[in-house]
Design a protein around this ligand. Structure first.
Ligand code: PLP
Length: 287
């Protein structure tokens, strides 16, 4: 496996950045997770636009044009002969001194990892997963936008820890008003009648690429797709609940805080949207 590191390909175990990298010292940087399906990168442009917007928001200048970054991703896929897998793109502020000031970091470190995907266990898709809501809150969107996919994932990690402590794989984070925001690394949808509802970004949701694809597919399939704030109660009484993300794709939720959703198995709407998504990812890729 070859890692792209600042324009070079380096063997996996030799790919290293300095302990003075501000990504390491302060979580100062941005990242993306992207999927490759049958040799096609799913919505690479959208992922790269989000990456550049995240970087702009934290005043991190990525020294590549969008076209150069696209080519770097393609080269990493070719070098690793990746057909189906996952790409992790990490741009950190770079090596500096121990102070917070990014001015001591002359050049970002650019890392691209292309891996065979460790797929979620197939049984998750057959049985669905139980989840909980946790005490960790989404940071306020007006303080640090959830659209910035930064290397500061501590509250997402706390969500994961709370979930695991409670014996489940995933959990929902609420925002400071107590409305549902999203999962630790995925977005949440409710199905209620013909409505397909997901929280707006103003409620603390990242505008996930998978989320956007599901909203498009939902429209095409005739659902009344809405971005609306909702409470835990709305989740408990939904017909169906599912999570979306690059890694998870579409995963049915069968229990939330001990309340069974629907009949406790993945619902027909969720399965239909998962099928439509799996068709889309093979049709919609970029070489
Ligand atoms: N929410 C958070 C906090 C995430 O990190 C991710 C993963 O990227 C998502 C949602 C899902 O977004 P996407 O579908 O673009 O992977």
């Amino acid at each position: 496996q070859w890692i792209y590191l600042n324009g070079q390909f380096v063997p996996k175990h030799e790919a290293k950045v300095s302990v003075y990298d501000h990504g390491y010292l302060y979580g100062d940087g941005v990242f993306e997770g992207i999927r490759v399906y049958s040799g096609n990168v799913f919505r690479l442009k959208e992922h790269l636009i989000r990456l550049y917007e995240s970087a702009k928001s934290i005043m991190l200048d990525i020294p590549y044009t969008l076209a150069e970054m696209t080519e770097a991703v393609a080269a990493t896929i070719r070098r690793n002969e990746l057909v189906d897998g996952y790409i992790r793109l990490v741009i950190s502020r770079g090596d500096g001194n121990l102070g917070l000031d990014p001015a001591s970091c002359p050049r970002p470190n650019i890392v691209i990892i292309a891996e065979q995907l460790a797929l979620f266990p197939a049984e998750y898709y057959q049985t669905g997963i139980p989840i909980i809501t946790v005490a960790t809150r989404r940071n306020r969107p007006d303080v640090l936008s959830p659209q910035v996919k930064s290397l500061n994932y501590l509250n997402n990690i706390l969500v994961k820890l709370e979930a695991k402590l409670a014996g489940v794989q995933e959990a929902l984070m609420l925002n400071e008003q107590g409305y549902v925001a999203e999962g630790s690394g995925d977005n949440v949808f409710l199905v209620k009648g013909n409505k397909l509802i997901t929280p707006p970004s103003s409620a603390g949701a990242l505008e996930g690429i998978t989320r956007n694809a599901i909203m498009e597919l939902g429209e095409q399939l005739g659902y009344d797709v809405r971005e609306e704030v909702f409470t835990r109660h709305d989740v408990y009484v939904a017909d169906e609940v599912f999570l979306t993300g690059t890694a998870a794709e579409v995963i049915a939720v069968i229990k939330v805080d001990g309340r069974t959703i629907g009949d406790g198995t993945p619902g027909a709407h969720t399965n239909r949207l998962l099928e439509a998504f799996r068709q889309l990812v093979v049709q919609d890729g970029e070489k």
